[in-house]
Each structure stands twice: as C-alpha cells, then as structure tokens.
Design a protein around this ligand. Structure first.
Ligand SMILES: NC(=O)c1ccc[n+]([C@@H]2O[C@H](COP(=O)([O-])OP(=O)(O)OC[C@H]3O[C@@H](n4cnc5c(N)ncnc54)[C@H](O)[C@@H]3O)[C@@H](O)[C@H]2O)c1
Length: 366
C-alpha cells in the first residue's frame, strides 16, 4: 500500500511538472493533466460517476451496482433517449449527447464528476449499416470524453470488445497483446479508443481503464445490435414461441459473459489501485460457447425448443473474424478477476428471470 501511495505521489508531481511546461497557452479543449488534491485517488472512497449511453443493454444495471456502493445520488445516468419511468425512479438521469462537448463539460463541472463511464456506442452489426454515424458516435464522441477526462482529472472507463480483434489475430485464445486488424467500423473505433486512452495515459497520466467485454447476456434489457445478440434473443424465444431462428452457424464459438459478471468486473476494475494495473486494456473472459452448445443446455430445461439456422452473411462474417476464446490471465493476476457464471448457471438464471417476468405480466410459457 505504501509503495502504491509513493508511486502515486511521484506520478502526480510528474504530471504537475509536465503541466508547467505546457501551460504557456491553452484553451479549454487543449490536452492537459492536473492531478490536484481532488485526484481520483483521494476520491476513490466516494466517486461521483457519470455514465454516457446509459439506457442501452449495460448502463442501467451498472448504475444500480454502483449506486449500491456509492449512494443513489452519486451515480448519474445519461443518454439521448427518454428514460422509462422506472429508470427515473432509480436515481438521477440527464440528457447528454456525447457529440455535444459543451453540454458534457457543463454536466461534469456542475456535478463534480470524478469517474466517467463511457458506454455510448453504435455496436458491430448496426454500425455496418451506417458507417458515418458509427464513426461520429464511436470516434468523435470518444475524443470528447477523452478531452473531458483529461481536463477534469477524471478516471475514465471505456469498454472495448472481442470485436477489436480481426481475422489475423490469434483466435483461440486471443491474448491481451497481439495483432489487431478488425474489419468493422465498430472494431476499428474500439482499437482507436484503446490506443488513444493508453497514449494519453502514458503521455499525460490520464487514468484510462478499458476492459474488452465478451458478448454480454442479460435478461433485463434488449440487445443493441451486436453480433452476439442471438445468445440473448434465444431465451426470449424459448419461453415465448418455443422457436428460435439463429443468424449464426451452429458451430460458431464466441466468448460470452453473464451481465452481472460484466458489471462486477467493471466495478472491481474501476476500484483497483492504479499501482496494480500493469496494463490499461484487459481481456475479461467467462464462458465460450457455440449456438449448438447453448441450445443443448436450454433443452435440459425446455426439451421442446426448436432451433433453425439461417446464417446472416454480415453477422456470420463478423463472428468468423472474432476470437473464439479470450485469454484473461493478466486480469486474473493483476486485479483478481474471476467470473461467477458458467454455462449451466447462466442458462438457469436467464430462464428463471424470463419465467418470472412472463408470470408477472400474465404471459404463458411455451
Ligand atoms: N452489450 C455487449 O455485449 C457489449 C460487448 C462488448 C462491449 N460492449 C460495449 O459496452 C458499451 C455499452 O454497450 P450496450 O450493449 O449497452 O450498448 P447499446 O447499443 O445497448 O447502448 C448504447 C447507448 O448509446 C446511446 N447513444 C447513441 N448515440 C449517442 C450519443 N450521440 N450520445 C449519447 N448516447 C448515445 C444509445 O441511445 C444507447 O442507449 C458500448 O460501448 C459497447 O461497445 C458491449
């Protein structure tokens, strides 16, 4: 712990030194680093968190987990969509477009934000249908939050993905450091995010943290247009119509993770002391399965589930270029990452959530 504090004090003095050398002229958008008394270290006991793109598949659950630890008012969800009433009841929500730098800055300053979780994005499959918009949200939006995080000494979390790898990457397993030549605008923008964040960390001391999430499986929210969405949709279909048409080949293996593992990994990683982080971008893994394998597991509970396969060329192409498994040994070693859900636990949990939800609104189960 002492080493950690000493390293962090040394680091802060380096940052101040570099600030002096760059402070001859600056504008609010110019990159700078000021780790003053309110640095993220000293505030790590009770951060003030802003989540961008928070109304998608992942944001609401993460906000709930953070609120349990840091208090309802200390975690602000934001998005460009109108939130449902139950989300408003859970805690603070504000409108924030990541393309509007001035508005974002106002939010950060007025609310004393110390941790920024940057979730807004256009995911892999939808990104390919509108490359320009995807580039704007995923790259211009990222630049805005990077500038803001530096200007305001925030700890910045940006998720990356299995989509940050490409056909020339090692696929089974993909390690943290290897060739990354993705072939989607989504993947390209995520590699850009990883590299920009790490560059600003090494050059100016930005406390940038990035996890490469596998496909995330959640019972509470609908998927946002990714290539792993079938693994969420299949549970809805299994209990409603009893039939799922899968857009991937039955043997397409991809890394996946239960949403509560994903949220816990994010919170634990954000809480990890800086001195434990030998990398700034880590793979995290939990399970890796094919459509065929998840169907077999679901059939243990619902033997009549019928699945047909109609591979969609866009999504199949994307999936075939992604890792089949993630090597997450660095995350396990450096900050103690360990998943809780294997495939049987994930299937049992998803089915029980969907059953309860359907029962609560008087819908039958096929
Ligand atoms: N869900 C997964 O399986 C998965 C896997 C790997 C990585 N990730 C990453 O995690 C993050 C969250 O993923 P998700 O599944 O919740 O995504 P999602 O697509 O469900 O949600 C993204 C949100 O961003 C919002 N958004 C779009 N444009 C915006 C703008 N201009 N300003 C502000 N918000 C805007 C959307 O309204 C949406 O609510 C993303 O960065 C994604 O790349 C997700």
């Amino acid at each position: 712990m002492k080493t950690c504090k000493r390293a962090s004090a040394f680091f802060r003095s380096l940052c101040r030194f570099s600030l002096l050398h760059r402070s001859m002229s600056w504008s609010p958008r110019q990159i700078r680093c000021w780790k003053g008394p309110e640095s993220s270290d000293s505030l790590s006991d009770c951060p003030r968190v802003l989540i961008t793109g928070g109304l998608g598949q992942l944001g609401i659950g993460l906000a709930q987990m953070l609120r349990q630890q840091y208090g309802r008012e200390n975690v602000i969800l934001s998005d460009i969509k109108k939130p449902p009433a139950e989300v408003l009841d859970m805690g603070p929500f504000v409108y924030a477009d990541v393309l509007d730098y001035k508005n974002l800055r106002e939010l950060v300053v007025n609310n004393g934000i110390t941790w920024l979780v940057h979730y807004s994005a256009m995911l892999s499959a939808v990104g390919e249908t509108n490359v320009q918009l995807s580039r704007a949200i995923n790259i211009t939006g990222l630049h805005n939050v990077l500038d803001l995080a530096l200007d305001n000494s925030m700890r910045l979390f940006v998720p990356s993905t299995i989509g940050a790898f490409g056909p020339s990457s090692p696929r089974d397993p993909a390690p943290d450091l290897c060739i990354q030549r993705p072939r989607t605008i989504y993947g390209v923008s995520k590699v850009h995010a990883e590299l920009m964040g790490e560059y600003l960390h090494h050059k100016y001391g930005l406390d940038f943290r990035c996890l490469r999430y596998p496909g995330v499986i959640s019972a509470y929210t609908h998927p946002g247009g990714g290539t792993t969405d079938y693994a969420v949709q299949i549970f809805h279909d299994a209990l409603s119509t009893g039939h799922h048409e899968c857009y991937l080949h039955p043997k397409t293996r991809l890394p996946m993770m239960h949403i509560s593992d994903c949220h816990r990994a994010t919170v634990e990683f954000m809480q990890a002391p800086e001195c434990q982080l030998y990398l700034r971008t880590y793979n995290i893994a939990a399970i890796s399965f094919t459509p065929e394998e998840v169907v077999e597991e679901i059939r243990k509970h619902l033997p009549h589930l019928r699945v047909t396969y109609k591979p969609d060329p866009i999504r199949q192409n994307i999936a075939d270029s992604w890792p089949m498994r993630f090597d997450d040994s660095n995350a396990r070693r450096d900050w103690g990452w360990e998943p809780a859900f294997g495939l049987p636990e994930l299937v049992t949990d998803m089915l029980s959530h969907h059953r309860n939800r359907r029962a609560s609104v008087d819908l039958g189960v096929s």
